[in-house]
Design a protein around this ligand. Structure first.
Ligand code: ZN
Ligand code: ZN
Ligand code: FE
Length: 755
């Protein structure tokens, strides 16, 4: 019997070779019908013998092309039309709903083979790509994803490329960015003033790098600044010029072998490094790694990635095993994307520019994933992952969530999908704020959704909060740590009540003070603050973030109200410039804000243990503490959990006193750092236990930037499991503030829905 079926496929089914895949399957089975890209996915009609048509959809789902994924599908019977052949018909703008634009993908093995094959017509061509690889999101201006809506629109296909593009049996069939040396983009090399240099651009860039100079390289989602990673002087030069004194710099290794010489690379790390997403993978630095010391001073990990564009492969092929490849910006500003923009903004930083004439339309930083512990966790989600949505398992009203202030991302909730923007960064500069506005615009454009409901942080002074107010519509405020916990719940598809452990640096509390060591009972809509770290003062307010010695002094004074000032001197905590009167002044509890932040506690203890008294970036001191603890056993020092007004305080005063005594007595600081970690883990687990007794809840959600610390994270996970808790944590989104937007969106969506 001849039947005809109509199927709709949703998910990542456009720009990933889905239509030719359907075509080839149908042709192989001698089925009639057609396939078409729609706004909301892919529409297929197949006609033929009963059994073959029935089997068709199963084969589709089981043998998808590598970059495709189906989030949902539906099928219905339609009247047979007697169609004997199968065809691909033109895209249509019809159809409501969500379109899924694919993320950018690293050069595939087939393309790589052609790139280095002297007989291939694309031999050495830096823009080679196919249906399975190449730029996607970063070249798009609007949906649907078709060449005319990308920055490839200005490169008409040559006859050879057109033949490939139109041949369903070719692996470049409907590869929208398809190009070759005849018709496609070209490279050029510019000197420091932006003048084109004649000759081989890659050769010129390589010569510059080998001379220890800095080259800006146009990548997929923006510019990188590159230097030879083995050249101490070159790395120092880059740091000086970029005004990035101490933050670790990412490294591009030539291949897996080169990466393994730099860091401890296990199977998990290897899979991540070689994945189509090609994130920066944080790995333990190998002792004696052939790297300049200045690449990642004072931190346990290095960030390594493999080449992901043909240009990277060609450049590494000129005799480099590792290059520093850090984002092409000046500290705190967004990454450069335009050629002229790069020449202007990176003047005085780069000695040359390796550029091309394919425009980057969407700014997208490298993604960062922390490996190890048997599972990978996202630290920064951007290129390769964005705009792939997170499917939430149920539908919500549409929401735009504006995220936090640091590590900003925005999120659009539409139907059952959460679309999270590329990493925007810290909203401190006018450039970053422009990028923020652009990102909201981008997400609305590609999701074709302009939500009425806007979610934002409680903090009245945040730029994002001002944007929410300015935009109008309905504004729903979500407390920072509640958003952390809901983000974790949403990623895990959990919507009941949980014990939420939100541990981070700073978040605005409902009482107007700084929170950051919070024990909540939360569901998607609401939360109760069941406990927190005993608040301590932050002398000098925000300055304490960059000057952890201030926190150390404050902690000591709180722990040892009589002997603290003597101890401060004995431990050398005070900068020479402060006399006692000034110190009293900055310590004045009337003017200093208080906080309950675990992040600040880590900073303060790092200073106490003499790791660093000042920090070049938030979290640096805490990272040093993790590094110092190394792999020593985590013992526990005393602490207290005290009830006050129905709320529990985790009181670390005895811990601080014990650490100070330990330092004074000359005990091994690594052991003290490990004991500090161990004590915090015990306290967190004991608090979860207390809340379980109060509420009967046994599911714990861990979130907040502190859990990027592996010792803390792994310790909490083990200890909570040992005590029979079910633990939720984040993997696909960062546990830091990059995940806040999702939590805000789901919270606001759930609240709106409940009304
Ligand atoms: Zn390819
Ligand atoms: Zn061509
Ligand atoms: Fe946070």
């Amino acid at each position: 019997m001849i039947i005809r079926r109509r199927y709709r496929f949703f998910g990542i089914v456009q720009g990933v070779g889905f239509r030719p895949f359907i075509y080839r399957l149908a042709v192989a089975e001698r089925l009639g019908g057609w396939v078409q890209n729609r706004h909301d996915g892919v529409l297929v009609e197949v006609e033929g013998p009963n059994d073959k048509v029935e089997a068709f959809v199963w084969t589709v789902r089981q043998s998808l092309p590598p970059l495709a994924s189906i989030s949902a599908w539906e099928g219905e019977a339609v009247e047979p039309e007697g169609e004997m052949t199968f065809r691909i018909i033109a895209s249509t703008d019809k159809g409501e709903g969500i379109v899924h634009i694919p993320p950018d993908a690293a050069t595939c093995t087939e393309c790589l083979a052609e790139l280095f094959d002297p007989t291939d017509r694309r031999y050495g061509y830096p823009f080679i790509n196919c249906t399975n690889c190449g730029p996607r999101l970063t070249i798009i201006s609007r949906v649907p994803y078709d060449r005319l809506n990308t920055s490839m629109a200005c490169f008409p296909l040559c006859p050879d490329c057109r033949r490939e593009y139109e041949d369903p049996h070719d692996r470049r069939f409907h590869a929208e960015p398809n190009a070759c040396p005849v018709c496609g983009p070209v490279l050029s090399y510019l000197d420091e003033d932006g003048r084109t240099v004649a000759g081989d651009p890659i050769g010129a860039a390589a010569a510059c790098l080998k001379a220890g100079l800095v080259v800006a390289i146009k990548g997929l989602g923006g510019f990188h600044l590159a230097v030879d990673a083995t050249n101490e002087e070159a790395v120092a030069r880059l740091r000086r010029r970029k005004r990035r004194e101490e933050k670790p710099l990412a490294i591009m290794a030539k291949d897996l072998e080169a990466a393994a010489a730099l860091g401890e690379i296990g199977e998990e790390e290897m899979a991540l490094l070689a994945s189509a997403q090609r994130p920066i993978v944080l790995v333990r630095r190998r002792k004696g790694a052939p790297l300049a010391d200045a690449v990642a001073p004072g931190v346990p990990d290095i960030g390594v990635m493999l080449p992901y564009t043909p240009l990277h492969h060609l450049l590494m092929g000129v005799g480099f095993t590792s290059l520093v490849m850090t984002s092409g910006n000046v500290t705190d500003e967004p990454i450069c994307v335009g050629n002229r923009e790069a020449v202007a903004r990176l003047r005085g930083v780069a000695d040359g520019f390796l550029v091309h004439n394919r425009d980057i339309l969407v700014r997208c930083d490298d993604s960062i994933i922390a490996a190890g512990d048997g599972f990978a966790r996202m630290v920064r989600r951007s290129r390769g992952f964005v705009p792939q949505p997170l499917f939430l398992g149920r539908t919500f009203p549409s929401v735009l969530a504006l995220g936090a202030h640091f590590k900003s991302t925005v999120c659009i909730l539409k139907g059952d999908a959460a679309f999270i923007s590329p990493h925007i960064g810290d909203l401190e500069t006018p450039q970053a704020r422009d990028f923020f506005d652009d990102s909201v615009d981008l997400m609305e454009r590609i999701t074709e959704c302009r939500p009425e409901i806007v979610a934002c942080d409680l903090h009245p002074a945040f730029y994002s909060t001002r944007v929410a107010r300015r935009r109008g519509g309905r504004v729903i405020f979500v407390q920072h740590h509640h958003a952390h916990v809901v983000s974790c719940m949403a990623e895990n598809g959990y919507r009941g009540e949980v014990i939420g452990l939100a541990m981070d640096g700073t978040g605005y509390g409902t009482d107007g003070t700084v929170w950051g060591g919070e024990f909540l009972v939360a569901d998607e809509r609401d939360f109760r603050r069941m406990g927190h770290i005993l608040p301590f003062s932050l002398p000098g307010g925000e300055r304490a973030v960059r000057e952890p010695w201030r926190v150390a002094v404050s902690l000591l004074r709180q722990a040892l109200p009589v002997t603290w000032s003597v101890l401060c001197e004995e431990l050398g905590l005070l900068p020479r410039l402060y006399d006692e009167a000034v110190l009293e002044q900055i310590m004045d509890l009337q003017v200093s804000p208080v906080c309950s932040s675990l992040g600040r506690l880590f900073d303060g203890v790092a200073a106490l243990l003499g790791i660093r008294h000042r920090a070049a970036f938030e979290g640096q001191a805490a990272m040093g503490l993790e590094e110092l603890a190394g792999r020593q056993p985590l013992s526990s020092l005393p602490y207290d959990i005290v009830s006050a007004d129905g709320v529990r305080h985790v009181d670390f005063r005895r811990l601080v006193a014990a650490l100070a005594e330990g330092v004074k007595a000359g005990k091994d600081r690594g052991a003290l750092a490990a004991a500090f970690h161990g004590t915090v883990i015990s306290a967190l687990a004991e608090m979860a236990e207390c809340i379980r007794k109060d509420t009967g809840l046994h599911i714990v959600a861990l979130s907040g930037g502190c859990f990027q610390n592996r010792l803390l994270f792994r310790g909490c996970l083990e200890e909570l499991k040992r005590r029979d808790f079910k633990v939720l944590f984040q993997r696909r989104l960062p546990c830091n503030d990059g995940g806040i937007a999702l939590g805000q969106a789901v919270c606001a969506g759930a609240r709106a829905e409940a009304e």
